[in-house]
Design a protein around this ligand. Structure first.
Ligand code: SF4
Length: 340
């Protein structure tokens, strides 16, 4: 097998491989049996541009809209507004089969994402069989090759997920995603269900595969430490909005948004592998059906003022990204200066 762009690089195009333009997703949600349906905006006017071969780390707490965004990218949900483009083509204009060949997911829990009644061969070869690519002989060959690439011996082909460790199962999930030679892989918390020692092995494997096959990842995580390991850019999400985006070094060295700063501090808490960052922000994450006024982060922000409660910040350009916070708006009353 020759996955992705290893031996047949695609020509450089001006368009990024993945682009989101003003993507919004709103649901109608009923509270209680007789409650009136109210709008819940899970993703709010998100714009992202991802060049080929890059890794965008998408970070935020549970409920911030990360998983909804992943579903939109996988064609499992349609945006209420905005556009998603792959290689400059809107995904709404591509059928599900075509999209599945270009974008593949790796999910958080290798225990539930693999069918326990199917052999590893059946699981890994399924995308080829669904898409009618090759025949029985080629499936055997392709599965052996991809298992070798992800570091599993061919003998596991006839075993079942229950006979494998968590790390081995996640390698199987990666093999299943890559056998389609996708351009983009959506990694949705792919290491958070694994032991800490196995996490780094899977992260290293994903990094190696990206370099070898020119893959582009959207890497979703609640854990900035994990994202720092792999990402080239980072987007921080809060209540459906990207509140800060930057090249990875810039964000870790000079986080501008108070929420990003809180997430960075949470990385340093004594038990970073617990699954939810302890942001030390005091208040619980707000209910997205009833978002706070003005800047949605103001009830938890240590730097909030009355102005923040009344006025939503706008997206402001930074040297390698953007930030949404009045502290960085040179035209507003809270500006703290260029280097703030
Ligand atoms: Fe905090 Fe105000 Fe900035 Fe929002 S706009 S992050 S409340 S300082």
């Amino acid at each position: 097998m020759t996955p992705a762009t290893a031996t047949s690089p695609k020509p450089e195009t001006a368009a990024p491989v993945l682009e989101l333009r003003g993507v919004t997703k709103t649901y109608r949600v009923k509270q209680g049996l007789f409650g009136k349906a109210r709008p819940l905006t899970a993703v709010n006017d998100v714009s992202i541009s991802l060049p080929r071969g890059e890794v965008l780390g998408l970070v935020g707490e549970s409920g911030c809209g990360k998983s909804t965004l992943a579903k939109i990218l996988l064609g499992l949900e349609s945006p209420t507004a905005g556009q998603v483009l792959v290689d400059g083509q809107e995904i709404g204009a591509q059928d599900r089969m075509t999209l599945a060949r270009r974008i593949q997911p790796i999910f958080q829990d290798p225990y539930s994402s693999l069918n326990p009644r199917k052999s590893i061969f059946d699981i890994v070869s399924l995308p080829l069989r669904v898409h009618r690519i090759g025949d029985a002989a080629s499936w055997d060959k392709e599965v052996r090759k991809i298992l070798d690439i992800v570091g599993l011996p061919a003998r596991v082909m006839n075993t079942f997920p229950s006979q494998m460790s968590g790390g081995q199962r996640q390698r199987v999930a990666i093999a299943r995603a890559l056998i389609m030679k996708p351009e983009i892989v959506i990694c949705d918390e792919p290491t958070s269900a694994l032991d800490v020692s196995v996490q780094s092995q899977i992260l290293n494997l994903l990094g190696d595969l990206r370099r070898e096959f020119g893959l582009t990842y959207l890497f979703i995580s609640h854990d900035l430490a994990v994202v720092e390991h792999l990402a080239t850019r980072v987007a921080v999400m809060y209540l459906g909005r990207i509140v800060e985006e930057a090249e990875v070094g810039g964000l870790f060295d000079h986080a501008r948004h108070p929420y990003t700063q809180a997430l960075l501090k949470s990385v340093l808490t004594p038990e970073p592998g617990l699954g939810v960052p302890d942001t030390q922000l005091g208040m619980a994450y707000p209910n997205p059906i009833d978002p706070p006024s003005g800047c949605h982060f103001h009830p938890r922000c240590p730097k909030a003022t009355e102005f923040c409660k009344a006025t939503a910040p706008r997206a402001l350009p930074t040297p390698l990204g953007h930030v949404e916070c009045h502290l960085h708006d040179p035209t507003g009353p809270m500006f703290i200066g260029k280097e703030g």
